[in-house]
Design a protein around this ligand. Structure first.
Ligand SMILES: [Zn+2]
Ligand SMILES: [Zn+2]
Length: 366
């Protein structure tokens, strides 16, 4: 076992829109836990909401819930339970569940009654290193980790997180099959991940929607295999989808757009009779204008909410990344140094003049 440094450099959120560099003592671990030495941590849309204070978090806190790294130290029992050893590269799941409440035992561990989420546990809760904006992270005994091929570049391997969402939300939950027409609303990293996941299971009739400002992302959606893209600022999305489906509408609609509520109302109109809508984009708790529930009744539409990703989605994502068949470099637009976490968040949120990221990650110092 290599010796660990005494402290981990981390970016700590101490209030709304305040991130501060800190050196935090690296704790001891017990039989059931481990320490992760991060190689990369993905930047999520929700990181902006956490930074901005929309998603309330107890502070001080280390954000970052998309970690990829090496097992730096691991307790004997954790090594056996997780099937990993020191030096292994792993992707870490975001949710920490209790494993014994009725919901966990029912197999829906991501909805655990006593759920904790990495990056939302305050620094004051021992041992403190609960987030990925750090050199080292504490892995609680209830963590779920997945081995990842160490030969893949870290900034690409860390795409396991958004791609896992693509598999769960666009493929698994609506049971998408070849021949289905799927509308993906929103061309950000999770929209693109949905396209990649759908293509991986043989779905080709994929339509992606976005704003006029999303022209480059819509072009990327076509690069990854979307058959059609729609600029909702300049085209009528309902008419276009109807036109592309002989008036029937889409089998499946997946909404991964954030803040905008119009896609939800549109989805009800463009989904076909008996179709499915998966809602995964959060809207800042805004009500949806023009939500006509009669469409749900008359067309017998199934609407499902999707929060987070579970092991099967991550496994499929890692398999696709390890296959080397997909060129992720066009969607991975930015690496940021860990100390530049604020810039990374703002670049994703279009708060940086003249620059915008799609998939991006933080790289900690060696
Ligand atoms: Zn995330
Ligand atoms: Zn539970």
């Amino acid at each position: 076992m290599s010796s660990l440094p005494a402290k981990s450099f981390a970016m700590v959120q101490t209030g709304d829109r305040i991130l501060e560099p800190r050196d935090i003592p690296i704790p001891d671990i017990d039989e059931d836990s481990a320490l992760l030495e991060l190689e990369a941590c993905g930047i999520c849309g929700s990181d902006y909401e956490q930074f901005d204070g929309v998603l309330r978090t107890p502070t001080p806190v280390i954000p970052g819930h998309e970690p990829l790294g090496r097992i730096a130290k691991i307790g004997d029992r954790a090594a056996i339970r997780w099937g990993v050893e020191e030096g292994d590269r792993v992707a870490v799941e975001t949710m920490l569940s209790c494993r014994h409440c009725p919901t966990c035992l029912d197999g829906r561990y991501h909805l655990c009654d006593d759920r904790k989420i990495y990056s939302y546990i305050p620094l004051t809760e021992s041992p403190g290193l609960w987030g990925g904006y750090s050199q080292f992270m504490f892995l609680h005994g209830n963590s779920i980790v997945h081995k990842v091929d160490p030969d893949i570049a870290a900034n690409i391997a860390v795409i396991f997180n958004p791609l896992g969402a693509g598999f769960r939300w666009a493929v698994e939950m609506p049971n998408a099959r070849p021949g289905d027409t799927v509308v993906v609303m929103g061309p950000g990293q999770r929209g693109l991940a949905s396209v990649i996941a759908l293509r991986a299971v043989g779905v080709t009739n994929i339509i992606v929607t976005g704003l006029a400002a999303d022209a480059e992302k819509l072009a990327l959606a076509r690069f990854y295999g979307a058959a059609h893209t729609i600029d909702v600022d300049n085209e009528n999305v309902v008419h276009r989808v109807k036109g592309l489906t002989d008036g029937k509408g889409a089998d499946i609609v997946v909404d991964v757009s954030s803040y905008a509520t119009k896609p939800v109302a549109d989805a009800l109109q463009l989904v076909k009779v008996g179709g499915q809508i998966v809602l995964a984009g959060v809207k800042g708790f805004k009500a949806v204008d023009n939500f006509v529930s009669d469409y749900v009744v008359m067309k017998e539409v199934t609407i499902r909410g999707a929060i987070g990703v579970t092991s099967s989605g991550y496994k499929q994502a890692i398999k696709v990344i390890e296959s080397g068949e997909i060129d992720f470099s066009p969607m991975h637009t930015h690496d940021f140094e860990l100390k530049d976490a604020e810039l990374a968040i703002k670049t994703l949120a279009r708060e940086v003049q003249g620059d915008e990221s799609i998939h991006s990650c933080l790289i900690p110092p060696k």
